[in-house]
Design a protein around this ligand. Structure first.
Ligand SMILES: [Cu+2]
Length: 656
């Protein structure tokens, strides 16, 4: 009975919202329709020409990161990060499998959300890309010379890492936070209704080595058991600070749709990370047990290696004064975004009727004046009026994320009324609005989260496509829409399909990356322990049940290509070295009955597939990448004999 009443309440609330939206907003605004020839010209990149920007779109539930050109909307590559990849063999090859290791074992698939380019002076420097795994909390680093995932780091004491990845001004830290509060003590088995006593929140500060990019779990901050949604680092005057949004300050653990929407305001958390770092260096953090994996590709061997850590530094705000504050913000805010000057902190109150804008300088004054409403677990709550500097009226229904054009305007995606609103950072008034198709989540402006945006393009990442494309079954794709924002009015240029469900994107001028992109792996620098660099060194070795095939690949043969003396029950390691040194001369390897799929090997690289032959017989293997006119001839055979066979181990290529 109670449940039914509650469900009624939800429906009434939603009906109310719908009604209000119709009354307030009437029909959706008319899309500014460009002359289609004009729009086509603005996105047209002639065959053989390059795009101006690389754009990186998260894959959402595909766990990947895809790379696109702007303005053309052409896809270049899908980079596997938190998921095995049936195209490249990432997560199947022995060299890459450790990157998917966690304290919960090998996880072949996760949910990737927010890509972040590494920063120097708050500007993208084109070195690395970071992205979070939302489900089993992790962050990953992608090397932008190879466009490959080279490192993953698990976040302990975290239940869902959504507020990640966002970088401080010189990538000193990548931040993360628990989306769902959970008991901080590992594996704690308690009734869920002891939420308030036993559950905690946490913020994570992941250090990044300036030279190598290597990440480390530097410290965490203990937080009240709220939910932490998104984050951003400050810039300019606010560069020493990072900001997170909270929801569920009600501390509900059931029916959150209602129970986490009771309060008028939740909080934006402001953390002085430099001060936090000092406190940690002074020894104010406590060492607490934790179990988490750190996996990284070894630069020398190119083999990823896992390390397990068993403790983490935890800073309690009660032991760290003047470091962290709550800014009351209506209502269950989602995005928190900092304008190019570093002065404005914009909340995306997804249930709020206004877009609240806090002032960083007023925040500092409020702290100086002790303008506190209360103190929660050592964290002062600043008075709303003391920090707020504007409320954007009539912003549409369900504001989520904001980026900036560097020309005095902010652009906020609005989910329920399915539009983007452009508003002035001077008057806090809406100056333009445009429909999105449909139900927009994040938006991204070229450089729109930096101190120096390019007032060029805006990409809207929408949740449903409905009637926009040829239908392909009940599930619709999640499209991206490209807008020109160089003029006074926003203009839609292009609508294109994406991979998975992009939750955020980052873009960088192509010339910051293009010339640094690797074309081959240098064979001389290949220090893989099982590499063979000359066909003459190719061989097969047996050690008990383990057989190692040291095989070279070059147009158009494998060496060796006939192998006999393999036994049922063996564990066969195919160590494949592509000894080509030409760009794009990729070979692949697949053998019948292998459950490891196939693997692609770039020029100069060594990759390993493990095969467990379960039956006797002749097993063909072949190159899966079309590499030459005689690609079809790039093949071989393995003979598998019974476990007790006396067939000797032999291998050859071409000899009688
Ligand atoms: Cu080939």
């Amino acid at each position: 009975m109670i449940q039914k009443t509650t469900i009624w309440k939800v429906s009434t609330v939603l009906l109310g919202i719908g009604l209000v939206s119709v009354l307030m907003y009437g029909c959706p605004s008319q899309t500014e329709m460009l002359d289609t020839g004009d729009a086509a010209q603005r996105v047209y990149v002639a065959p053989g020409e390059y795009d101006e920007y690389y754009a990186f779109l998260s894959g959402g539930y595909s766990g990947q990161l895809s790379v696109w050109g702007l303005p053309s909307g052409r896809m270049f590559r899908n980079i596997p990060v938190f998921s095995q990849d049936p195209e490249s063999g990432y997560g199947y090859s022995e060299e890459t499998k450790p990157l998917l290791m966690t304290s919960y074992g090998f996880i072949p698939w996760d949910d990737s959300h927010h890509p972040e380019l590494s920063l120097t002076n708050s500007m993208p420097d084109g070195r690395w890309m970071f992205i979070n795994a939302n489900n089993t909390p992790r962050v990953a680093r992608i090397d932008l010379t190879s466009f490959e995932t080279v490192e993953t780091l698990e976040l302990p004491n975290t239940g869902g890492n959504h507020a990640s990845t966002f970088a401080t001004e010189n990538t000193e830290y990548i931040i993360g936070a628990t989306r769902f509060s959970i008991p901080y003590d590992m594996d704690m088995d308690v009734p869920i209704d002891t939420y308030s006593e036993n559950f905690d929140g946490s913020l994570s500060f992941i250090g990044v080595d300036d030279e190598t990019g290597e990440m480390s779990m530097d410290f965490q901050i203990l937080m009240p058991p709220y939910h932490y949604d998104l984050g951003r680092a400050g810039k300019g005057p606010s560069a020493d600070w990072v900001f997170f949004t909270t929801y569920n300050t009600e501390e509900a653990h059931t029916l959150l749709e209602i129970n986490a929407s009771e309060f008028d305001k939740d909080y934006i958390v402001a953390v002085n990370w430099k001060m936090a770092e000092e406190y940690v260096r002074e020894g104010r953090a406590e060492t607490v047990p934790a179990e988490y994996y750190h996996n990284m590709k070894d630069e020398n061997t190119s083999v990823a290696v896992s390390n397990v850590h068993d403790e983490v530094l935890l800073l309690d705000p009660r032991d760290a004064p003047d470091m962290i504050y709550f800014l009351p913000t209506p209502k269950s805010p989602h995005g928190v975004d900092i304008d190019p000057t570093g002065e404005y902190i914009v909340g995306g109150g997804k249930l709020a009727t206004v877009i609240p804008v806090h002032s960083f300088s007023r925040m500092l004054d409020a702290i100086d004046n002790d303008a506190f409403e209360e103190i929660i677990n050592g964290i002062p709550v600043l008075e709303y009026e003391s920090t707020i500097v504007g409320e954007v009226e009539n912003p549409g229904l369900g504001p989520l994320h904001t980026e900036f054009d560097g020309d005095g305007h902010a652009y906020t995606s609005v989910y329920i009324s399915s539009e983007i609103v452009k508003w002035s950072l001077e008057t806090f008034e809406v100056v333009d609005r445009i429909d999105s198709y449909y139900s927009i989540g994040h938006l991204m402006i070229t450089g729109g989260d930096t101190p120096n945006p390019d007032k060029r393009y805006m990409l809207g990442l929408t949740k449903t496509s409905r009637d926009r494309f040829l239908p392909t079954g009940p599930k619709q794709l999640h499209p991206a829409q490209l807008y020109d924002i160089s003029g006074d009015r926003m203009e839609m240029l292009l609508d294109f399909p994406t991979i998975g469900e992009p939750h955020y994107a980052q873009a960088i001028p192509a010339d910051q990356i293009r010339d640094n992109v690797k074309q081959i792996y240098d064979l001389d620098a290949n220090n893989h322990p099982h590499a063979v660099k000359r066909t003459a060194d190719a061989r097969v070795e047996r050690d008990g049940d383990v057989v190692r095939v040291y095989m070279t690949n070059i147009r158009s043969h494998f060496t060796p290509d006939n192998i006999e003396g393999i036994r049922v029950g063996d564990e066969v390691h195919f160590h494949l070295t592509n000894i080509e040194q030409d760009w794009d001369m990729v070979h692949g390897f697949a053998i019948k009955g292998s459950n490891s799929a196939e693997v692609l090997i770039a020029p100069g690289e060594t990759k390993t597939i493990v095969w467990h032959p379960q039956r006797t017989g002749i097993f063909p293997f072949y190159c899966t990448a079309f590499c030459s006119a005689l690609h079809q001839e790039m093949q071989g055979y393995v003979r598998v004999s019974p476990a007790d066979t006396d067939v000797p181990l032999t291998w050859r290529t071409g000899e009688d």
